[in-house]
Ligand binder design. Structure first.
Ligand SMILES: [Mn+2]
Length: 304
């Protein structure tokens, strides 16, 4: 079986009943009736391994859930449904991406927002296909907060964590509307940059985002204005390696966490983000668990 669907784990964590009814943590709100958000895990190493990276991303959904469980719940948060995991065991991410797309197509109609915990960035091809199926007529803009363009052509190895936005462009060349925030110039070849320019991709370099998120706001506002829905994808390798060391490809420079959070907030403020994912956490490389804690902050932000 190259793909398995697994039920959600039981959410557990600290409880402080002596502090009263508002002493809520995220684990208390998992599975709450009437929840407006849903999350699903995509446990997949196939994309990263094919992209010549270190395996480990398959363990990310579990690590993010564990770090998320104990975080304080935001005021007024109506909770979330955990739709469980999709586990990809073969060396081809394709069958898993198909299952993810089918699950998302069903979930997106029922929730204000769905959040996918990847997986490597091959997660994105499943995410986007799910949103496209849920909203077949909508204009969909893609906002990627990432050090990399991930638009490499499909070579002999096939689909990987470096090719998802190339695949999306192949599927929908005329509707393709893509903005990438946080690019490392040293991490993207001239071939990829030229391809992105040819495709009209809005590119904001990491150097422009060192102090504030201002340089990214215009790009986010513009793509939100010209589309009906946004797909927001956060590659944790956009963060400096000092903040997120436990990713498949740690960034020497990176974009500071407060800037990444401001970019996410700006996208969410558009009211158009129906689907978000976060990718590339690699728990085996996250020796102190710090990257998972950062991932949990971002997941909490995406769910509310
Ligand atoms: Mn990426």
């Amino acid at each position: 079986m190259p793909v398995q669907t697994l039920p959600p784990p039981v959410w557990t964590g600290r409880s402080d009943p002596e502090d009263g009814a508002l002493a809520l943590r995220m684990h208390h709100l998992a599975g709450k009736a009437g929840a407006g958000a849903a999350l699903i895990g995509f446990c997949c190493d196939a994309g990263v391994v094919r992209n010549k990276g270190n395996p480990g991303a398959a363990e990310a959904p579990g690590a993010i859930r564990a770090a998320l469980a104990g975080l304080a719940a935001p005021a007024g948060f109506d909770g979330f449904r955990d739709a469980g995991d999709i586990a990809v065991t073969g060396d081809d991410p394709g069958p898993g991406q198909d299952v993810l797309a089918a699950e998302l197509a069903a979930l997106i109609g029922d929730y204000r927002r769905v959040v996918v915990l990847g997986g490597g960035h091959e997660t994105a091809f499943g995410s986007w296909q799910g949103l496209r199926r849920a909203l077949p007529e909508a204009k969909i803009g893609i906002v990627n907060i990432d050090a990399h363009l991930d638009i490499r052509a499909l070579g002999a190895a096939g689909a990987s964590s470096g090719t998802p936005f190339f695949q999306i462009h192949q599927d929908d060349p005329h509707g393709f509307d893509y903005a990438v925030l946080g690019l490392a110039p040293e991490g993207n070849t001239q071939a990829l940059t030229a391809r992105a320019q040819d495709w009209g991709v809005d590119m904001i370099a990491d150097r422009e985002l060192q102090v504030s998120a201002e340089a990214g706001f215009a790009a986010i506002d513009a793509i939100a204005a010209r589309n009906d829905a946004l797909y927001l994808t956060v590659d944790l390798d956009v963060l400096p390696a000092s903040v997120a060391p436990g990713v498949s490809a740690p960034a020497a420079r990176g974009v500071p966490l407060h800037v990444v959070e401001a970019l996410i907030d700006r996208a969410l403020a558009s009211g158009k983000v129906r689907l978000a994912d976060m990718v590339e956490l690699s728990p085996p490389r996250d020796t102190a668990g710090l990257s998972a804690r950062v991932a949990a902050l971002i997941a909490r932000r995406l769910l509310i």
